[in-house]
Design a protein around this ligand. Structure first.
Ligand code: CA
Length: 379
């Protein structure tokens, strides 16, 4: 019944559609999807997005999860409501309200500084004082499997055309369930954040480099951001918690950690089926609760369906870098692929797939869904 990583200890939520039927909510269980509206007799799961369920808040999330675990391990095991994965199309799991991307990997920020500002201090003066971030474009967040069209843009002065430096960024995203009012800040991390999804923040490096000073990323990022189809509840990741990294200088009081943990998520990036990197999320400098605290400290509200990602995940080793920018050192050291090809940045037809695993309870392994996308030629 169960596939590795998708046992009863996991139960990630998604939206699926059978042929000719409207999308509805399910949890993945092995190689099946459980039809939640039918299994729980609750119309909140007949919606084409998880948002109405996410808005119910933490008590409801926990009760639902416990009920599902009972159903799936009890007599009958809800078999009549299990649909084979092969019979369904997976959809964007939630309607994305606002999308924010941070820059929380010390190694990624250091690499980017060394590449773009050689000879200078790689980290900007604010980097160890706050989780640097920007607001992205919610409307172009797409589900895994959606092709990504190479974007046009300004690649420099009087230089317009398709990006020649298209890249991926392997990231972990956090999905907000319970909202918070304007005037904030938001309350405890676990009261608001429902779960985790994998993110590929596709990036046109030439467009980005030209446009980004002084206001930050814009068209070099907004053409597409891909997410995995399954949202893993935080409650499934309790065994994956690890202590947050040492921080110096000590952050301001509003950034002191209330949920003082990171997550031991082991990411893997495959390019055309070959593994090119294994970034470790556990080494991120800023923790998810610090991202949330910073995001709302000015009184900004949270909405159900907000997505915030931690930024490119890079570790200290070469084989742990989370972008082609870093793997090829901005093209200076092209990556050799097993078939003999090399890559500085992505070619048309390239398929980028990001997956991740995490420790589950009692020695089990949790497999986060994967986020995959194929590069299509510029239109
Ligand atoms: Ca990013």
């Amino acid at each position: 019944m169960t596939a590795p990583g998708y046992g009863v200890e996991h139960l990630p939520y998604g939206i699926y559609a059978r042929p000719g039927e409207p999308p509805r909510a399910g949890v993945r269980y092995g190689e099946h999807v459980l039809d939640l509206a039918a299994a729980l007799a609750d119309d909140v799961f007949a919606a084409p997005a998880l948002n109405p369920f996410l808005a119910r808040g933490r008590t409801a999330w926990r009760e639902t999860r416990e009920r599902l675990q009972e159903l799936l391990t009890g007599p009958g095991a809800a078999r009549e409501h299990l649909v084979p994965l092969g019979e369904v199309r997976l959809c964007l799991p939630f309607e994305v309200a606002d999308y924010v991307d941070f820059y929380c990997s010390l190694e990624h920020a250091t690499n980017a500084g060394l590449i773009f500002r050689p000879g200078q201090e790689p980290l900007p003066p604010n980097w160890r004082r706050l989780p640097v971030g920007y607001h992205g474009r919610a409307g172009t967040v797409v589900v895994s499997g959606t092709p990504v069209i190479r974007p046009h843009g300004q690649r420099g002065a009087d230089d317009f055309g398709p990006s020649e430096r298209l890249d991926f960024e392997a990231e972990v995203g956090f999905v907000v369930g319970a909202p918070s009012p304007m005037g904030g800040p938001a309350g405890a991390f676990e009261e608001h954040v429902f779960g985790v999804t994998l993110v590929n923040d596709w990036s046109a490096r030439d467009v980005q480099a030209w446009e980004t000073v002084p206001l930050g990323p814009f068209l070099g990022k907004s053409f597409a951001t891909s997410v995995s189809p399954w949202v893993t509840p935080l409650d499934a990741l309790s065994a994956a918690r690890v202590p947050g990294r040492e921080q110096s200088p000590e952050p301001l009081p509003y950034l002191r950690r209330t949920a003082p943990w990171g997550l031991d998520l082991a990411l893997e990036i495959r390019l055309n089926g070959e593994t090119v990197s294994r970034p470790p999320f556990r080494g991120m400098y800023w923790t998810p609760d610090q991202m949330l605290a910073h995001l709302t400290v000015n009184g900004a509200s949270l909405r159900t369906g907000d997505l915030f990602a931690g930024g490119t995940v890079s570790g200290p080793e070469h084989g742990q870098r989370g972008s082609m920018l870093e793997l090829s050192w901005n093209g200076a050291e092209p990556v050799k692929l097993p078939g003999g090809e090399t890559r500085a940045f992505l070619h048309d037809g390239d398929v980028v797939t990001i997956s991740a695993t995490a420790p589950g309870p009692d020695g089990t392994v949790i497999a986060l869904g994967e986020v995959s996308g194929t590069v299509r030629p510029a239109g």
